[in-house]
Ligand binder design. Structure first.
Ligand SMILES: [Zn+2]
Ligand SMILES: [Zn+2]
Length: 356
């Protein structure tokens, strides 16, 4: 009995299909084919691409990495294979590849079923269409979701405060998390300035940070502009009121008077003028109180003598001599020290050297 053999390679130990062994048959009729040329939209401004409906951001930093990721995602959608085969695709990308409208990439396709392995390198033409992604076109249009309205509690905002605000914003923009955010516009206003912010998320974190470090009071409002896909669309405005105290400023609350030092977690830290002790005024209390504040006029005094209960001071301009009651925080002062003090209601309050 004549043995059946493969018409191509002559193998006899394999079942035959159309007179060919499995291996020769699949070489002739590969179990895969390129369905159509991939068409991919890519953003010219950032490394993102659109394959189906959504723009996808890649984490690449150069064309090679970018195309590698795009092609890896795209290829399986454009190569059809018979389901009983396991398939693997290895695009052969050159490091020097350039982004052009049409690129040809050799792809090593390997199909496996039981012990049959067929691999072939197939050239795949990929069409790349350059078009700005949603995010980049929003940026170009100056789109924003929120406005931060910075206002001074007592009129103008100082250059120093403005610099602090800008620093806070810059710190966030430098973070990985906010790398796609932007500030499309800053508008000067009579009592401050408006900062337009790309997303609500960034606007809120800036506002919270300004509250924490600068004691600002926040008030959020929303202006509805319409509906889109069942969602409210509009602009969020956050009013950011800055208390604008400077170090050494006297702050008068209904029941206490203190010297301003700093803000910590939104709360005001200062020294009680009566006792010299450090006091914390909670953010809420501060903004609900009637406050008066002023920058004290300071004078220099020389400490002439210190007794158990009194300090004797001489005004270094007029040479007038005053006596003030010795308080516990005065314990670190010495005779012969020069101090800076201010007069409130005829009372002399020592501001520097720092009362501990
Ligand atoms: Zn054969
Ligand atoms: Zn883009």
């Amino acid at each position: 009995m004549a043995k059946r053999f493969c018409a191509l390679c002559g193998k006899t130990d394999s079942p035959l299909i159309e007179n060919l062994c499995f291996s020769c048959f699949y070489k002739k009729h590969p179990p895969f084919r390129v369905k159509s040329e991939p068409k991919i939209q890519i953003c010219p401004n950032c490394f993102s691409y659109k394959l189906s409906k959504k723009w996808m951001q890649t984490d690449s930093s150069n064309n090679f990495e970018f195309l590698e990721q795009v092609i890896e995602q795209a290829l399986p959608l454009f190569i059809k294979h018979s389901p009983e085969f396991k398939i693997s695709l290895q695009p052969q990308l050159s490091e020097e590849i350039e982004i052009k409208e049409k690129i040809e990439i050799p792809v090593l396709i390997t199909a496996e079923k039981n012990d049959i392995v067929i691999s072939e390198t197939v050239p795949v033409n990929i069409n790349l269409e350059s078009s700005p992604c949603g995010r980049c076109s929003k940026k170009k249009r100056g789109y924003f979701e929120a406005i931060l309205q910075f206002r001074g509690l007592r009129g103008r905002i100082s250059e120093e405060e403005r610099r602090q605000v800008y620093n806070i914003i810059e710190n966030f923009l430098n973070q990985e998390r906010y790398k796609y955010d932007y500030i499309p516009q800053i508008k000067e206003k009579k009592q401050g300035f408006d900062i337009y912010v790309s997303t609500i998320g960034l606007a809120k974190i800036i506002a919270e940070s300004v509250k924490e470090y600068m004691g600002a009071n926040l008030y959020e409002s929303f202006k509805l502009l319409g509906m889109k896909d069942g969602k409210k669309k509009g602009t969020t405005s956050i009013s950011v009121r800055l208390p604008s105290f400077s170090i050494g400023e006297i702050i008068q609350l209904p029941d206490k008077t203190l010297i301003f030092e700093k803000f910590e977690k939104g709360n005001l830290i200062g020294k009680d003028l009566e006792t010299g002790k450090q006091l914390t005024i909670q953010h809420k209390e501060l903004w609900e109180s009637e406050i008066q504040s002023w920058k004290p006029e300071t004078k220099e005094y020389l400490i002439i003598s210190i007794t158990t209960n009194f300090l004797q001071l001489m005004d270094l301009k007029t040479y007038e001599i005053f006596e003030i009651k010795k308080e516990p925080p005065h314990h670190n002062l010495k005779e012969g020290d020069t101090i800076k003090a201010t007069k409130i209601d005829e009372k002399i309050l020592i501001l520097t050297p720092e009362i501990k």
